[in-house]
Ligand binder design. Structure first.
Ligand SMILES: CC(C)(COP(=O)(O)OP(=O)(O)OC[C@H]1O[C@@H](n2cnc3c(N)ncnc32)[C@H](O)[C@@H]1OP(=O)(O)O)[C@@H](O)C(=O)NCCC(=O)NCCS
Length: 389
């Protein structure tokens, strides 16, 4: 919500003086008076009522944090309210306000970061918020913390002011590096080959990542057609290509036979796809590549990653970028609570950068839901390891 207008609070003359001792904790009912006072001072309209604050404090789908001076028991300097929608990877910053006397001293930033940490801790992968278009100060804070604009709601506030929408991918504060380099796909259809390239760049000596190789590997592993336009890669094709380029591969697929045919209307195209896939299956058998026809479990995937391997996993594009297309990502790490993946697709149209797609920590449960495609819930992965011999 975040309804305050822009310039109601002048910047303090000494913004460089941080509020030295500030602690952040979860709000309790005893903070209600202070929060209501902050709300009245910060917002001219669309205020959160005492009753709503009380409900939010008691709700399991919300979290209110307060910043106080000193260690504990000091004056309340600001608050932030977060909402968690059940069954999604989203958290929403519902409100943020800092007392005028403490403005410009880092309290707002501190609360924002505490919200991000709390949301990440609750297995959220995105934090979203709305802010009045004329709230220069808050917008500046969000931009400087890496929030990207994702839209605009017209006539959002009581005075008809539009809201800008922002979001940030939450990554926690622990950097994670398995030595697998990141490569961004340069076409709409080469996610599979890009995943393979990233795995090979670490595990095949002398392998080079470049767009020529991206297209070459795609030509080796494509189903030819898929949905509309050029086809994406098939798990058997990826495994055969990985094998030929020097990696050990193992195929896990929840159903036997041809894949992805239901998205293609033309019988002619279906026939070509089926022939290409038959070829992959025959070659996989010739190479002795293990094929496990059952949905792989998260535990199995984690056990493979623990051996130092990587896995190209099919996910529904619906979860990643709201498109019902099959999409491949490369899982290469595990921090005990998240799988760490490289998503070769950087959604420029959503203002994403490589930082939003590389070394992405996804909570186990979220990833488990994402790793299936289509009505039949197709589950497919190619487990890759450095060549043993
Ligand atoms: C927006 C708000 C929460 C910021 O809190 P704050 O404690 O003053 O902010 P911080 O001191 O942490 O400053 C963080 C950043 O905000 C921006 N900022 C702060 N004061 C600013 C000002 N007067 N003008 C422009 N930008 C300003 C700066 O980017 C600043 O970073 P910097 O100091 O490194 O340059 C606070 O001003 C507030 O409560 N405003 C009224 C309520 C509101 O608008 N809430 C947000 C609704 S979405």
């Amino acid at each position: 919500m975040c309804a305050s207008s822009a310039l109601s609070q002048p910047r303090l003359s000494s913004p460089e003086q941080p509020e030295t001792s500030v602690s952040v904790r979860r709000a309790v009912p005893g903070d209600l008076d202070a929060m209501v006072a902050l709300e009245e001072a910060a917002f001219d309209a669309d205020r959160i009522t005492r009753r709503s604050f009380r409900n939010l404090i008691g709700s399991s789908s919300a979290l209110i944090l307060v910043a106080e001076a000193g260690e504990t028991g000091g004056a309340i300097l600001g608050y932030a309210a977060l909402l968690f929608r059940r069954g999604t990877g989203l958290a929403r910053l519902y409100s943020l306000a800092v007392a005028k006397a403490s403005a410009g001293r880092g309290v707002g930033r501190r609360l924002l970061k505490a919200c991000e940490a709390a949301a990440f801790d609750r297995d959220r992968i995105l934090l979203r918020l709305e802010v009045r278009e004329d709230n220069v100060r808050a917008i500046q804070l969000y931009r400087s913390e890496g929030y990207r604009p994702i839209g605009r709601y017209l006539d959002y506030y009581a005075d008809h002011m539009p809201a800008l929408r922002f979001e940030k991918t939450l990554r926690g504060d622990k950097p994670f590096d398995t030595g697998v380099p990141y490569y961004e796909q340069t076409t709409d259809f080469t996610c599979g080959s890009c995943c393979l390239m990233m795995a090979m760049a670490r595990d095949v000596p002398g392998f080079r990542l470049d767009p020529v190789m991206e297209i070459r590997l795609w030509r080796e592993a494509t189903t030819v057609f898929m949905m509309s336009g050029p086809g994406g890669c098939d798990p058997h094709g990826l495994a055969v290509t990985a094998h030929e380029f020097g990696l050990d591969a193992e195929i896990h697929v929840s159903q036997p036979g041809d894949l992805f045919l239901e998205g293609v209307r033309s019988a002619e195209k279906q026939k070509v796809m089926a022939l290409a896939q038959e070829d992959f299956r025959r070659r996989a058998a010739d190479y002795g590549i293990p094929i496990v026809i059952e949905p792989f479990s998260l535990d199995l995937l984690r056990a493979h990653i623990a051996t130092g391997g990587t896995a190209i996993v099919l996910v529904s594009g619906y979860h990643m970028f709201s498109k019902k297309v099959p999409h491949w990502v490369l899982v290469h790490g595990d921090d005990g609570r998240h799988v760490i993946l490289h998503d070769p697709w950087v959604a420029d149209e959503r203002g994403e950068t490589i930082a939003d797609a590389a070394h992405l920590p996804l909570p186990y449960g979220t990833f488990d839901k994402m790793a299936r495609f289509g009505k039949s819930g197709l589950r497919a992965a190619v487990f890759l390891s450095p060549r043993r011999s």
